[in-house]
Design a protein around this ligand. Sequence first.
Ligand code: EPZ
Length: 432
Amino acid sequence: MESETLIVQGGIPLRGRIRTKGSKNASLPIMAAALLSAEKIILQGVPDLLDVQTMIAVLESLGAAVRFRPREETIEITPGSALSCEPPPALVQQMRASFLVLGPLLARCGKVRLSLPGGCAIGSRPVNLHLKGLSAMGANLEVRGGCIEGETGGLRGARIYLDYPSVGATENIMAAATLARGTTILENAALEPEIVDLANFLNSMGAKISGAGTTTIRIDGVEALGATKHTVIPDRIEAGTLMLSGVISGGDIIVENIVPDYLKPLLAKLREVGAVVEEIEPTAIRVASSGTLKAVDLKTLPYPGFPTDLQPQFMTLLALAEGTSIVTETVFENRFRHVEGLSRLGAQIKVEGHHAIIQGTRMLTGAPVCASDLRAGAALLLAALAAEGVTEISGIVHLRRGYSRLEERLSRLGARIEIGRQVSDRALGLGS
Ligand code: EPZ
């Protein structure tokens, strides 16, 4: 069995302009929420990602008609009126975000049978807050045979307090509440830009949502939602990853199609480590290496704090900073899987529970490494761009889930990245 690898020649400063794609973490909840309408939904600016393809498969398995034109980054979704309420478990287990169809299906069909999303590389990923909110709205939800079995005689508005500002729980509850009878008040809601984009999308279909982007969201239920055309926001995590590629490679790049407001924590930290950060246009930022990097401490927090999805990538930069940095991961319980690969490249990192202590080194050197999850894969790619010599990264299917043709786009900035073929030991007749 062959699987693709990336073979990266490091030490080449990146130069030029690169455009951020649409947000994966806005596209996925919006695609799931399209199920709330029977009419045609047109989405633009949707990135061509494995996770988008998986969500399309989930929607089609429920009976929606979907047409994706990847080059135009446009998706047309027509859910229709005869939706199934039970996506295939195998599909749902492929991608956690499939769980975001729970709220829309309860609101549209009044019943659902949905496999519990497995945990993943970065943590156990419970869904108790999703279930608590939907139960408060009148859904009877039970866990049976690894699935959530739910039904409702009709959702009704409720006052819900989230113990933790969960992004997914906010999205599932907000979507379901659009068709509930009465008003829902969601408190301690997540503040991420992707929540605001979802609310704007739902309002364009006829929903009545106010307060998205603040800790208290009010949703006044309506009878039905209609057709719409919506462009998803740019991907702030991809934008941050691209910026870090310019700095860590010792280069000088301009990242376009961004919303600087969404990137404040990253821009502040880049300036703190000593990178050049220049907002040259309203939606474009120039970043460059200044030649030296200073160690800084970093703590991930829910938005507007430093995003956990950029923690692995920023840690990679700190591996080359002068001095000792401490990175604290407060959002997920196991999001230091990238440390193993970075250490193989020569990084000096010690993990103590939720903290990682990084002793900066002058140089990383290329070696074979394996990506364990999406953002760990991005961190290893950044490290490979900076390392002396050649690095081969396996497990790049994780990268394909969240970054569209990244190696091709970075190559246009001067990166030397080829696609390799990792032939398994068995195919070579090695090992047991
Ligand atoms: C979304 O995941 C993102 N995924 C994640 O991005 C991101 O890391 C995360 O938000 C935090 O910003 C998508 O948008 C598709 P959470 P989600 O619910 O919704 C706990 C990537 O790389 N929690 O805010 O699953 C949970 O265990 C991915 O693109 C509960 O305890 O995140 C975690 O510790 C990775 N109970 C914390 O909250 C619940 O019911 C944050 O989870 C739900 C969550």
